[in-house]
Design a protein around this ligand. Structure first.
Ligand SMILES: Cc1cc2nc3c(=O)[nH]c(=O)nc-3n(C[C@H](O)[C@H](O)[C@H](O)COP(=O)(O)OP(=O)(O)OC[C@H]3O[C@@H](n4cnc5c(N)ncnc54)[C@H](O)[C@@H]3O)c2cc1C
Length: 422
């Protein structure tokens, strides 16, 4: 816990440190604000790269899903600050007349123009991001491809500030700025070269369709030992099979860490998962990870028992956790509330039925509809003492969390994971 706060404090210090150099100053307030916005906004944008670099030491503390959400929001804040920076500069030049403003924004071979072009470049990519968020017309992989070019805008902004920033012409701040730039460069190389290079080779040893449109795949390592992971963690996988593009997609390892085989259970949801029909047994795959903190192994072990609430394919991390706990002969009470559209949509049904029959501490409840407060009250013993793990569609998770809050379950006992990194 302390690491979380220390790292966050370090991050905030890195962002605010350059702005501290602006004071004391006798400059015009508008110009002063423009500088503060520029320095802190550019710091936030440069720090976007380490946040998304998949550094293990950072991921272990926060979990990749939370880091990516932080990346999104700090990116938005950074962009707003840069917008304010440009606005303040224009407001400042306005006092000298319209001609000066026009001359300022007219392209010429100057570092100012590089700043403006970089800003417009970033703006277009952010607009595409918003369009994709609210309209499925831009496929995820197309957006992802476009999004990586945002770093060209950040690079342009870096050189704009380095050669134009009044505070950056010399001294400690200039070295600090170069250091921040090098950190961003290292993060870029780590994410683009080191992470894919470290991916482990696997082979598809079995592929079945379980439940409705859930592809259950067994993977075996072709070199080295099976992946070490915690129950509930996810990996990125790339298949090398005809008819399937070589995109990397995140999937939870649905098997328990102690199981002999490593399995993924992937539901058809979009253009890429639709091609999984063509995944041939024997084809090669690459796995990168593990990631995530959605696991009972990430919380203190002195808990009373567990309640697992699954909606649809959200069962995968819970399957991993439940089978691991039972394999370790845990005597803690466990309840699984599993909501699916119909009985045909229930994955791992035979296995769960057998586990419930053979373990008196494992209670299994299938719900073909909504899990509501009455259901939680009826099915869960000792509600306030349990740790809750929830995974499923976002509206369902929100509703369950609300019900648990109504039942006065402490927030620290509620854990959930969304199957989205943005
Ligand atoms: C932590 C995590 C664990 C997951 N575990 C499972 C699981 O066990 N079983 C399962 O069926 N699904 C799981 N998913 C969801 C799975 O990753 C998506 O369903 C799949 O990638 C969809 O790809 P698509 O091209 O078919 O669909 P699209 O319609 O293109 O994408 C649907 C959504 O999936 C996400 N997505 C798509 N491609 C990527 C990508 N390359 N990288 C990151 N996110 C992407 C985006 O949020 C996108 O909006 C998990 C997702 C995450 C983030």
């Amino acid at each position: 816990m302390i690491k979380r706060y220390l790292l966050l404090a370090g991050y905030i210090a890195l962002v605010l440190f350059p702005a501290g150099f602006v004071f004391p100053s006798d400059t015009d307030l508008r110009y002063l604000l423009a500088r503060i916005f520029a320095l802190s906004g550019a710091s936030l944008l440069l720090l976007q790269l380490p946040l998304a670099a998949r550094f293990k030491w950072l991921e272990r503390v926060y979990g990749l899903d939370k880091l990516m959400r932080f990346h999104l929001w700090t990116g938005i804040i950074g962009y707003c600050l840069i917008t304010l920076h440009g606005t303040m500069i224009l407001v400042y030049y306005w006092q000298f007349g319209w001609d000066v403003v026009v001359a300022f924004i007219t392209p010429g071979w100057r570092w100012e123009t590089l700043g403006l072009v970089s800003f417009l470049f970033i703006t277009i990519i952010i607009l595409i991001t918003f369009i994709r968020r609210y309209s499925p017309k831009v496929p995820y992989h197309v957006w992802k491809w476009i999004h990586q070019f945002i770093y060209l805008g950040v690079l342009g902004g870096f050189f704009h500030s380095l050669f134009l920033g009044t505070q950056l012409t010399g001294g400690l701040l200039r070295w600090y700025w170069i250091g921040l730039g090098l950190l961003a460069l290292y993060a870029f190389i780590h994410r683009r070269c080191i992470v894919p290079y470290k991916a482990k080779p696997y082979r598809v040893s079995d592929h079945q369709v379980i439940a409705k449109t859930v592809h259950h795949v067994i993977l075996e390592p072709t070199a080295g030992a099976k992946l070490q992971h915690q129950p509930g963690q996810f990996i990125f996988v790339q298949f090398q099979s005809q008819g399937i593009t070589k995109e990397w997609h995140p999937f939870t390892v649905s098997s328990a860490p102690s199981a002999q085989q490593l399995t993924l259970s992937m539901k058809t949801s979009g253009d890429w998962t639709q091609t999984l029909d063509q995944l041939a047994i024997g084809s090669h795959a690459k796995i990168e990870g593990p990631y995530g903190r959605f696991s009972y192994a990430s919380i203190p072990p002195d808990d009373f028992g567990y309640v697992f609430v699954a909606g649809g394919i959200g069962i995968t991390p819970l399957h991993s956790m439940i089978t691991e706990l039972l394999a370790q002969s845990s005597a803690k009470p466990m309840t699984l509330l599993y909501s699916a559209r119909s009985v045909d949509d229930i994955a791992f049904k035979t296995e769960f039925d057998a586990l419930a029959a053979s373990h008196s501490n494992f209670k299994l409840v299938y719900v073909t509809g909504r899990i509501d407060q009455a259901c939680l009250q009826k099915e869960i013993p000792e509600q306030l003492r349990q740790q809750y793990f929830i995974c499923g569609p976002k509206p369902m998770m929100k509703a369950i969390v609300k019900c648990l809050h109504n039942l006065a379950v402490p927030t620290k006992q509620i854990h959930f994971e969304e199957f989205a990194l943005n």
